[in-house]
Design a protein around this ligand. Structure first.
Ligand code: SF4
Length: 416
């Protein structure tokens, strides 16, 4: 059973319903057939759980460490699911729990959300259910529960295997706990992992980075997300940098580690398919790949973003205001109708990060005349080895990928 894809479990093995509350809850043939008539294109559902045990010193995501407020927030999330689902005419292909730290939820709270999803969305075609988990939460009982709900992919925040660096970043776990958490999850039956690592900090030398990547190869994970440490305003690191308590290493430090990552990936059969994401063959993240392909998604929970091809919206990044807004019907999100320029720029921002690059025909269809308008800049970028034109795509070659943001800005359209 552990190796079956989730849709096989969903559709072919009724015995699983006994142990699988999420899947079992929706296995009603009448509801199923009604839903199939109503829903068509596939889409992703993102649920943001804005709580963490500790505030990591580099993090500018939306989260709170006031854990007593988790239950009211979970109730509000379930209400938002019920409110938004009728307008969202898509069958779910992916479900993603991000944060914050979704692994902080109790078993009953996570079940409550799964049941709300199953009650309100068409989920029979779901392929990937990801839960972001921190090592300190990956205890046997929780892992077993996640598995029983149908979670088939864990995205684990490891960040570093150096305890000094973990303490410096204010992470809530040690390197040993991180390694053991993956082992325990494997014993429970999880076999689809992504892990997050941070490179480029003053605490990480090139040789430490090399050792971490060597370890990655030894543990059999099939997806890796690697982020350069960036110092953001309004974080402890940002404040320390401003008052010179934190020295920021030169850009070359992170660039050297990024280039090493690219070489290492090529040598060890990892597809470096997006600037920050690598996978073994067949294990690209489906949920995030859908974002990058410009497919619709719905975001639930404080600070979550949604996109439907025509507009983009984002929920309040304030837990108390979000909860009261959901309860009283007051607005909980801001919406922006996208212009043609916005849609094209968004596509460039996401797809130029992909190894495959951006589809030229798609851009020209969305914005007729794009190619003629941008040809002089494209020619210049090609001469400078910063863009390659190949197979109907513009892409950034791996040696220039560290400059992707600047290259993308040159390719983008002005609003006027
Ligand atoms: S990095 Fe993750 S665990 Fe740390 S504060 Fe940010 S969201 Fe929470």
């Amino acid at each position: 059973m552990r190796d079956k894809p989730v849709e096989t479990i969903l559709l072919s093995d009724p015995s699983n319903c006994k142990n699988n509350r999420f899947i079992g809850h929706v296995h009603d043939p009448i509801i199923e057939s009604k839903k199939r008539l109503t829903f068509a294109p596939m889409a992703g559902l993102y649920i943001h759980i804005p709580f963490c045990r500790k505030a990591c010193h580099y993090c500018n995501f939306h989260f709170s460490t006031q854990l007593k407020n988790i239950q009211p927030l979970v109730d509000a999330i379930c209400l938002e699911i019920a409110k938004e689902a009728p307008q969202f005419k898509h069958s779910l292909r992916t479900l993603y729990f991000g944060g914050g730290s979704p692994s902080i939820l109790s078993n009953s709270q996570l079940t409550q959300i799964f049941e709300a999803v199953a009650a309100h969305f068409e989920i029979s075609q779901i392929q990937e259910i990801t839960l972001e988990a921190n090592p300190e939460d990956m205890i046997q009982e929780s892992l077993q529960h996640w598995k029983s709900l149908g979670v088939n992919r864990l995205s684990v925040g490891i960040q570093s295997l150096n305890d000094d660096e973990l303490v410096w970043m204010n992470r809530a776990h040690t390197a040993k706990q991180a390694i053991e958490s993956l082992e325990t999850a494997g014993e429970i039956g999880f076999n689809n992992f992504s892990i997050d690592l941070i490179y480029g900090s003053e605490k990480k030398s090139l040789s430490q980075w090399q050792q971490e990547l060597q370890w990655v190869n030894s543990i059999g994970v099939n997806h890796l997300s690697c982020y350069a440490l960036t110092i953001e305003e309004n974080t402890p690191f940002g404040k320390w940098a401003k008052s010179n308590k934190l020295k920021t290493p030169p850009d070359e430090h992170a660039e050297e580690q990024f280039l090493y990552l690219s070489q290492w990936a090529a040598q060890h059969n990892w597809e470096h398919y997006e600037i920050s994401n690598l996978s073994k063959a067949g294990h690209q993240a489906i949920h995030n790949s859908n974002y990058w392909a410009g497919l619709p998604y719905l975001g639930i929970g404080p600070s979550a973003h949604s996109y439907n091809g025509k507009s983009r919206r984002w929920n309040l990044s304030n837990n108390a205001l979000y909860i009261s807004g959901i309860q009283t019907g007051a607005p909980t999100f801001t919406e922006e109708i996208l212009t043609k320029v916005d849609v094209v720029n968004e596509l460039l921002l996401t797809q130029l990060r992909l190894t495959k690059g951006v589809n030229i025909q798609q851009i020209n269809l969305l914005y007729p005349g794009f190619e003629e308008l941008k040809r002089p800049i494209i020619e210049k970028l090609i001469r400078n080895f910063q863009i390659v034109e190949h197979n109907g795509h513009w892409s950034i070659p791996s040696a220039a990928r560290f400059l992707a943001d600047a290259i993308t800005v040159e390719m983008m359209l002005d609003e006027n």
